[in-house]
Design a protein around this ligand. Sequence first.
Ligand SMILES: [Zn+2]
Length: 217
Amino acid sequence: MNKKFVKNELLREMEAEFYFRVENDWRKHEEKRNFSKTEKDIYEVFKPSRKMLLNKIDEWEEKGKIAEEEIIKKFNIINKYNDNLSDFDRWFYKRLIYHLYLPKLLNCIDQILRIKRLLFYTLSKAKQSYGSNFQDKIEIARNKPIIDIASNFLDLKKISDKHVALCPFHKEKTASFYIYPNTNSFYCFGCRNNGDVISLVMKLQGFDFKQAVNYLN
Ligand SMILES: [Zn+2]
């Protein structure tokens, strides 16, 4: 292998990493300014990051798993000493756990969704089978408020900036299915089902991707 090749290869890797990080910062910045670009626009600008995307999903899933285990571990401690704790203590410690550890987990989920959205545009197969009309429909579908859709199927209760319900994907008596309007996504702490508004419709209705997008338009 010649030196020039290795150098070029390294530069390409770093360029991909660079674009991947800048895309994240840029998106946060744009969100603050309430400036809306479509995922397609974003992908066009940050194309070089596509090399990283699959690895990055694995990385964030790994981080998410650690964050999730952290939460479960803390809950197990509460359960273990359940008899020695007052109602207030239990309430307080649970709040504390959510406050301290949940943001980390939610950030991992956000990152994974963000990468999956970018990834979608890198799949040339998807581009061929769906015309540009359908690309627009996907954007519309993704931006449908998840609360509006979920409330057709579930009995939602609002808790500060999120909504909670009994999970439609596993049997439970206390609600652990959370919906986050800020990121238009859902997460179940019981069965770990999660995703965006399109995947919610796919799972609830048994639709494939295309059917779910059409349903949301
Ligand atoms: Zn569940």
